[in-house]
Design a protein. Structure first.
Length: 205
């Protein structure tokens, strides 16, 4: 399955709390799962469900129409804490394809690039404006345009965002680290062929 990201227009949900760590995103007891499929059910588990397993109606992703959100507008330092890449997997399996925040935990940000989830950094004032819009008008759709590096919201005008060229390339083409290496397969093969000629004893059977 390709995880390429180009342009996304979708319902967005506000989650303005700062310092949402990876244990809140995916509690540690769910790390025993090695399959991505199904992890979305455990996303924000302690916030989404009461002790009896029933949904907490006050949590944003349990409310219509935020249930269908594919974009999350979050607070500063989203994804801080441990390095668990499973937190990104859970977001993706739930249907979240983009998180917008003033800042991210470094490892979470890198894990997002690896898995095809776009983490967009915007100025705090713009993130606050987006959260206010989404709270006031549930069901509002945002457009996230990676080629143009721009977020568009009704009534707010476009907001540009920065992204490293290598991260943008990987997201646009859905490349994980292995696929990124295989882009260089012709150069790797040429190097190995040259080494065989220069130092054949290294390749003796």
């Amino acid at each position: 399955m390709s995880r390429a990201f180009t342009t996304l227009e979708a319902v967005a949900a506000p989650l303005p709390q700062p310092n949402v760590d990876t244990d809140a995103i995916l509690p540690a007891r769910f790390l025993k799962r090695i399959e991505v499929a199904g992890l979305g059910a455990a996303l924000f588990h302690e916030w989404r469900y009461a002790a009896d397993g029933k949904e907490r109606p006050e949590f944003v992703l349990n409310q219509a129409p935020y249930r269908d959100a594919r974009i999350l507008v979050a607070g500063a330092n989203f994804g801080c804490g441990s390095s668990r890449e499973n937190a990104v997997w859970a977001l993706y399996d739930h249907g979240i394809r983009c998180v917008i925040a003033p800042s991210f935990g470094d490892i979470f940000y890198n894990n997002s690039v690896n898995y095809g989830l776009l983490a967009v950094v915007l100025e705090p004032a713009r993130v606050e404006a987006l959260s206010a819009l989404l709270t006031a008008k549930p069901g509002t759709r945002l457009q996230v345009d990676l080629p143009a590096q721009c977020v568009r919201a009704p009534g707010l005008g476009p907001a540009g965002f920065a992204i490293a060229a290598h991260a943008k390339h990987r997201l646009l083409h859905g490349l994980d680290e292995i696929a990124l290496t295989l882009e260089r397969e012709p150069e790797i093969a040429a190097y190995e062929a040259r080494r065989r000629k220069e130092r054949p004893w290294l390749f003796a059977d």
